[in-house]
Design a protein around this ligand. Structure first.
Ligand SMILES: NC(=O)c1ccc[n+]([C@@H]2O[C@H](COP(=O)([O-])OP(=O)(O)OC[C@H]3O[C@@H](n4cnc5c(N)ncnc54)[C@H](OP(=O)(O)O)[C@@H]3O)[C@@H](O)[C@H]2O)c1
Length: 253
């Protein structure tokens, strides 16, 4: 099996695992955040857990960029910068902005996230910086790049705005949950997940790659069931929860 065939086999397997994860998450809620519970083995501090999960996404893609054959290719550089715009925040800033004093997560969740980000980093980086034909500078004018880029940064803005609204719900040192308002919370319970979905759909389009598509599918498989669980949790927890609010997609679902 050559490198190309190996890559394709991993990509196909990754789509299959995403389908299994999607089905499983309707029956088992990932035990972190408000859904944390016992019975999932040893726990670690949640901030450390987020660092363990997300730093590999920054490192893996940088590794493949440096090992690749297109260090000075402007499109390759743009892909790297776009990716890192998301992951520098997620891996190095977000964990310290969360206001969840004393929160823990199962070690197993942290290592599942680490594993995911290493495989995903390989799927993106090995393809974009090594296996695929190098893209010419004309890719910057291609409608796929432009539409994908608009979606990516539109999604990123929604994701950041929504996470920021959540952070502000708690004063430093405070615990517990409140009803979020403003931004896309007018319409849905998990706009941070909605933004994330738009971002990675944009990434799939702007890179026009199977690896990018696999990541977008994984994001949906992971976050759609969790958005439903969050939505049900809000409705059960707060009697005055806005009844018109949907779970994940404004006006629809
Ligand atoms: N691409 C992917 O597959 C993927 C997967 C997972 C997460 N993510 C992203 O990672 C980020 C965090 O995910 P998450 O699952 O932790 O999101 P989340 O459940 O919405 O929580 C985000 C943060 O806000 C706090 N929070 C949530 N609801 C609150 C409320 N009603 N009142 C007060 N504080 C509240 C949480 O505290 P607690 O921790 O105490 O609950 C946590 O610190 C999101 O931007 C998400 O899109 C991406």
């Amino acid at each position: 099996m050559n490198a190309y065939e190996f890559y394709n086999a991993i990509t196909i397997s990754w789509f299959c695992v995403a389908a299994l994860v999607f089905i499983s998450l309707f029956f088992i809620t990932a035990p972190y955040g408000r859904h944390t519970r016992g019975g999932w083995g040893p726990k670690i501090n949640a901030t450390t857990g987020w660092l363990i999960m997300e730093i590999p996404a920054v490192v893996t893609i940088t590794f493949f960029y440096l090992m690749g054959d297109r260090l000075l290719n402007p499109v390759a550089i743009a892909f790297l910068l776009i990716w890192q715009t998301h992951y520098i925040n997620r891996a190095l800033i977000f964990p310290f902005r969360r206001r969840s004093p004393g929160a823990e997560m199962p070690l197993m969740i942290a290592f599942s996230g680490l594993f995911f980000n290493v495989v995903n980093g390989y799927l993106q980086g090995y393809w974009l910086f090594y296996l695929s034909p190098a893209k010419e500078i004309s890719w910057f004018y291609d409608p796929r790049f432009i539409i994908g880029l608009i979606l990516f940064f539109g999604g990123l803005l929604i994701n950041h705005q929504s996470d920021n609204i959540l952070f502000r719900l708690r004063k430093p040192g405070e615990k517990g949950y409140k009803i979020p308002h403003g931004g896309f919370y007018r319409w849905i319970s998990s706009p941070n997940y909605f933004g994330e979905l738009i971002e990675w759909s944009g990434w799939a389009i702007l890179t026009w790659s199977m690896g990018g598509l696999a990541f977008a599918v994984w994001t949906a498989a992971n976050l759609a069931p969790r958005a439903i669980k969050h939505h049900k949790w809000y409705r059960q927890t707060f009697e005055d929860y806005p009844s018109e609010r949907k779970a994940l997609i404004p006006y629809i679902w």
